[in-house]
Design a protein around this ligand. Structure first.
Ligand SMILES: NC(=O)c1ccc[n+]([C@@H]2O[C@H](COP(=O)([O-])OP(=O)(O)OC[C@H]3O[C@@H](n4cnc5c(N)ncnc54)[C@H](OP(=O)(O)O)[C@@H]3O)[C@@H](O)[C@H]2O)c1
Length: 421
């Protein structure tokens, strides 16, 4: 019999306890052993969790209990779970976690501490979708060319409503909060930070990149306006908050930002709270993974799958490689060196010659326009100028935006969004 201790019996922890009990027959058949929860840890012992397991408010009752074989960390946070997971591993216990924030900051240290002890984390990225398993196992014959995905359900729900129903950002954020999709402080989701944690985990497995959220480009969906949405529709794009990891000849691009993608692409069709990740391998081509990225049962499904894999003895190295990947030589590309297509929106004077000034400015930085739209709606004698560019370097776009700001014919803020084709 295998004994489990659960640190954190909240949304996911209670679902894990419930699945282990109600699906015990199929789990035992697949694992080859009976798996039972010995105890769980919470902060507030008086709250009903809806599960019949022994509860304590002392994490040491789990990490230091010699009878517990596998510690499941589902409490959230960064430093406290780090210390507890470290202790559990040092005590020789296998660990399963769904904690993306913990891994975004400490995955390489934990890999070192774990050594040959299993440390599994399928649920940390895209909840119930087995994307970690795909990268760690199914795609190991491939050099990974790119990973691109919708890794946050809250923002995808909001963007779907903004695009399909013309809802405004503030209205839809309120609705998402009322439905329980967005937290009272939504910054972690709408600011792109949650997606960045997941992207970093995937990039470690695919490329061995040891970066932290502060090291990569992260932009949220807060600045998207109805004008951007209309433009996207008119030019055949959807707007999605994507996590993108891409191997280029100069290094690996890692970025999270609202992205215009062709409406015909598979990822563009992923609506509502669902997640989807596309992985391109050099031999397999494009593979696609779709499903629930959050929710108690969907996330617990991935946690329990990790527990079963550990019991079966099916675990490899934590990040999926035993020696440095790609000769150990892949570097994170700096933000300025990212290369893609861009969309720009600005307000300009409604006068002859203005367009020439703007296009000349772009020419100076070697940027060429792909498509352009002038909105007839005039405010204070200004019109909205929207255009997309051919591929260019992020640094050039930033320089061009600075130059536009200095032009007398350009007013207010200049918006920029990246396009992936
Ligand atoms: N929810 C999802 O859909 C989802 C999806 C993917 C990944 N995850 C990850 O899974 C983890 C758990 O998420 P969740 O939604 O289940 O969180 P949650 O509902 O807030 O549950 C957290 C649990 O941990 C307990 N806890 C927190 N700090 C503790 C401490 N210092 N000592 C003892 N107990 C403590 C809490 O106790 P009290 O209840 O007494 O406060 C609660 O039972 C997080 O890392 C999250 O990022 C969640």
């Amino acid at each position: 019999m295998i004994k489990i201790g659960i640190l954190g019996v909240g949304t996911v922890g209670a679902s894990v306890a419930n699945i282990l009990e109600t699906n015990a027959d199929i789990i035992e058949a697949r694992a080859g052993k009976k798996i039972v929860v010995k105890a769980g840890v919470v902060k507030n012992l008086s709250k009903d969790r809806g599960v019949s397991i022994t509860l304590s408010d002392n994490p040491s009752d789990i990490v230091d209990d010699p009878e517990i074989d596998i510690v499941v960390e589902l409490m959230g946070g960064v430093e406290e779970p780090y210390e507890l997971v470290k202790k559990a591993l040092q005590n020789g216990k296998a660990v399963v976690t769904a904690n993306k924030a913990l891994l975004a900051y400490h995955r390489y240290e934990l890999q070192e501490i774990a050594g040959n002890i299993p440390l599994m984390y399928e649920a940390s990225t895209a909840g119930g979708i087995p994307i970690i398993g795909a990268l760690r196992n199914g795609l190991t014959a491939n050099h990974i060319e790119s990973i691109q995905g919708i890794m946050n359900g809250t923002t995808n729900y909001m963007l779907t409503k903004m695009i399909n129903e013309g809802a405004l950002y503030d209205e839809i954020l309120k609705e998402a909060q009322e439905l329980g999709y967005a937290e009272a402080d939504p910054t972690f989701d709408v600011g792109g930070f949650d997606a960045s944690h997941k992207l970093l985990i995937l990039a470690s497995i695919a490329y061995g990149i040891d970066a932290k959220p502060e090291d990569i480009l992260i932009e949220g969906i807060q600045k998207i306006t109805a004008t951007d949405v209309d433009f996207a529709k008119e030019f055949g794009y959807e707007i999605k908050l994507l996590g993108i990891a891409k191997k280029t000849k100069n290094g690996v691009e890692l970025r999270v930002h609202p992205t215009m993608i062709p409406s015909s692409s598979m990822i563009a069709k992923v609506d509502g709270v669902m997640n989807a990740v596309s992985v391109v391998g050099d031999r397999v081509g494009e593979t696609m993974y779709y499903g629930a990225g959050a929710g108690g049962d969907a996330t617990a499904s991935a946690v329990v799958a990790d527990i079963i894999d550990i019991v079966r003895g099916n675990h490899g190295p934590m990040l999926g490689y035993k020696k440095g990947l790609e000769g150990g030589g892949l570097e994170l590309l700096s933000k300025e060196n990212i290369t893609t297509n861009y969309y720009l929106r600005m307000e300009v004077d409604d006068q002859p010659g203005v367009l020439a000034k703007v296009t000349n400015s772009l020419d100076t930085f070697g940027i060429s326009i792909e498509s352009m739209l002038q909105k007839p709606h005039v405010e204070d004698g200004h019109v909205k100028l929207l255009f997309t560019t051919h591929k260019c370097q992020e640094a050039k776009i930033e320089e061009a935006i600075l130059a536009f700001k200095k032009l007398e014919c350009v007013h207010g803020k200049i918006a920029m969004m990246r396009i992936e084709k």
